[in-house]
Design a protein around this ligand. Structure first.
Ligand code: UFG
Length: 337
């Protein structure tokens, strides 16, 4: 079965391509290489023994999307990762985010819903919950006003999918990720942030490697055990496997609603200081850090209730925080060698 993975050379996309190929799917990876590298295809091949088909397409180009679907009208499903994802950048350049994240989705839906079956897995985010009132966060928690244009594109993306599914043959699973981290255990693929990392774990691994002088911990005066923010860090391989399970659910018509939503997290929250300590333990390296003022837009605490993913989707995270941090460290060392 032919599956399209947009953003297939990106961080979560590439790990999902690996898991799809391991399950025997034929994958076409689409990417515009704006935040990824063509060498990722070699990494995927070294892990799975097979290079996925690759199309260098910018999904903002409507004609290119139409052309692709015309040539590939036997697609069984689309997993749509391609999107810009830096919160700060989205505040600086909102139109880039609205154009890139929403146009691509609209163009894909326009073509996909012309096929006999239209199955879509959509990358959403726990950012849609904002600062949820209750922990752990369930899928029916209130959607809060978005804190950034990036977050808004995820909310609007979900709404677009609901609206389209009402009146077309579209079936979709919206996956709300908590904090994806780590790399493939082989260290053949992983996260490749451009420039200074904005996210905690790549900043930690680069600091431990000596590329950055010290980590800035954004605030230690939050109402948490140690004063630092709490997140639910999930291994990217666990996350990738959830996409394959969600896709199989649609292909086997096991979905109970036209659009289903699942949280993807471990169910456990870890503070920034706990992540640093866990990293130091698995790597044997010290992470120099200093506490600086809070970063604007950060929620205090966010971790998932995973009951629905566990019981309905039949997926559960297998890797620990230490596994994920160990794999991120192995990847950092490999990339720099
Ligand atoms: N942090 C630091 N120092 C850093 C980077 C991060 O202390 O250099 C802290 C943050 O303040 C936060 C935690 O580490 O408390 C995690 O921060 P990340 O930037 O790694 O992750 P976020 O939780 O801010 O963001 C992630 C995704 C977004 C998504 C968001 C939803 O990267 O795409 O979750 O909450 F929108």
């Amino acid at each position: 079965m032919k599956i399209v993975v947009t953003g297939g050379l990106g961080f979560i996309g590439s790990h999902t391509v690996v898991e799809l190929q391991n399950e025997g799917f034929e994958v076409i990876a689409i990417d515009n290489l704006s935040n990824s590298s063509i060498e990722v295809l070699d990494g995927i091949e070294r892990i799975t023994g097979k290079k996925p088909l690759f199309e260098h397409i910018d999904l903002r180009e409507k004609a290119a999307v139409q052309d692709f679907f015309k040539k590939n009208n036997d697609i069984a499903g689309v997993i749509h990762f391609a999107a810009s994802k830096a919160v700060g950048e989205s505040v600086e350049n909102p139109l880039l985010y609205y154009e890139n994240n929403l146009n691509s989705l609209v163009y894909i839906l326009q073509e996909l819903t012309n096929l006999p079956t239209a199955n879509l897995i959509f990358s959403s985010s726990c950012t849609v919950y904002g600062q949820a009132e209750k922990m752990p966060i369930t899928e029916d928690a209130t959607i809060q006003p978005a804190m950034s244009p990036y977050g808004n594109t995820k909310q609007i993306g979900e709404e677009i999918i609901f609206d389209v599914a009402q009146v077309t043959n579209l079936n979709s699973v919206l996956l709300r990720y908590f904090n994806p981290i780590g790399a493939h255990p082989s260290a053949e693929i992983g996260e490749l942030p451009l420039g200074v990392p904005q996210n905690l774990v790549p900043f930690i691994t680069q600091t431990a490697f000596g590329l950055r002088k010290e980590l800035a911990v954004f605030g230690n005066d939050y109402p948490t055990n140690d004063g630092t923010c709490i997140r639910d860090y999930i291994h990217v391989v666990d996350l990738a496997k959830a996409h394959v399970i969600a896709l199989q659910r649609l292909l086997q018509k096991q979905n109970q609603e036209k659009v289903e939503i699942f949280n993807l997290g471990t169910g456990t929250g870890s503070s920034v200081l706990e992540v640093i300590t866990a990293f130091e333990k698995v790597s044997g390296r010290k992470v120099p850090y200093k506490v600086v003022p809070r970063r604007s837009g950060d929620v205090i605490t966010a971790y998932a209730n995973t009951d629905k993913a566990n019981n309905v989707l039949g997926w559960k995270a297998q890797f620990t925080l230490e596994d994920a941090l160990g794999s991120a460290w192995k990847w950092e060392q490999k990339v720099r060698s």
